[in-house]
Ligand binder design. Structure first.
Ligand code: GDP
Length: 296
């Protein structure tokens, strides 16, 4: 992940050996390296500018304290700023409503939405001891409904069946009723995706949101799409009040641009990362741990 950034940083750290402190002159080269590495990682341009400006400001303000060399101080500054741009603190799922808490999932087709519903069902059951019901409002792809049934079974959660001739809002309301009467803690609502942003899909998910008033609206997006992922998230954010993002396929993403840009561009924090195809491949997202990973 962002190998170039850690490589470029260690190169800079070496050249800083022998310097007493970070100065305008010796910081210049390092900022250039960081800028290039972030651009190579497909981080959104305004985010790159902002990050580099903040790193510069903080780095120049640093006196070398105690045993810290200028290089170590610099790495510390970069670590703190990477963490901050990803939201600083880990953002948890908010399920503190009268049950059932509703989690509405949005995203393009192929982003990993249905898989993520299965993963979340398992995560909620095992880590939070929740009784979970899932439902699919994807009336356009019967295979998607079947796929959800399968992953829900694997997760050991309950599945509310739906059929292609029903209306998404009716399905969701029926599932909600069922969840209420069967004492489920959480209702996970999978929705229809499209290959690209499309007005009807947006209207449909906005309507589901209005009807359900979910406590969480999670946007699922493929990290490997880099800046495209961030732009799609931004478009959804304009229509839906997203409460968080699930960044999938982080296991296959060697660049890390989406992870670094999503929060800054959309305002919605990354709450989970998908790190594999299996249902165990879901991690709560921690900005600081991600920064550790990025810096190697
Ligand atoms: P949907 O159309 O958004 O519901 O997407 P799916 O859940 O059907 O996922 C599309 C493909 O992405 C499937 O082959 C999944 O196995 C794969 N996938 C989903 N999440 C991850 C992940 O975190 N890592 C990897 N490597 N593959 C994933």
């Amino acid at each position: 992940m962002l190998e170039n950034l850690s490589q470029r940083l260690s190169k800079v750290v070496k050249t800083l050996r022998g310097e007493a402190r970070l100065t305008e002159a010796n910081t210049q080269e390092m900022l250039r390296e960081i800028r290039v590495a972030l651009l190579e990682a497909d981080v959104a341009l305004p985010v790159v500018r902002d990050l580099v400006a903040r790193i510069k400001e903080k780095a120049l303000g640093q006196e070398v304290v105690g045993s810290l060399t200028p290089g170590q101080a610099l790495v510390g500054v970069v670590h703190r700023e990477l963490t901050a741009i990803m939201g600083g603190q880990a953002a948890e799922l908010d399920l503190s409503v009268r049950p059932p808490a509703i989690v509405l999932m949005a995203g393009l087709q192929g982003a990993g939405k249905t898989t993520t519903v299965g993963k979340l069902a398992k995560w909620l059951k095992e880590n939070k001891k929740k009784k979970v019901l899932t439902v699919s409002c994807d009336v356009y792809r019967p295979a998607a409904i079947e796929q959800l049934r399968t992953v829900t079974g694997q997760a050991g959660a309950d599945f509310f069946p739906s059929t292609a001739d029903q209306k998404p809002v009716d399905i969701a309301n029926a599932a909600l009723q069922w969840a209420r009467t069967h004492y489920h803690d959480v209702l996970l609502v999978d929705t229809a995706g499209r290959l690209a942003i499309d007005e009807q899909m947006m209207r449909e998910i906005a309507e589901l949101h209005r009807q359900l008033q979910p406590s969480e609206t999670l946007f699922v997006v493929d990290a490997m799409q880099g800046q495209d992922a961030v732009n799609t998230a931004k478009a959804f954010r304009e229509v839906l009040p997203l409460t968080g993002v699930v960044l999938t396929k982080l296991d296959g993403d060697s660049r890390g641009g989406a992870a670094l840009s999503v929060k800054a561009v959309t305002g919605a924090p990354i709450k989970f990362a998908g790190v594999g195809e299996k249902l165990t491949g879901l991690e709560a997202f921690h900005p600081e741990r991600m920064a550790n990973r990025i810096l190697g």
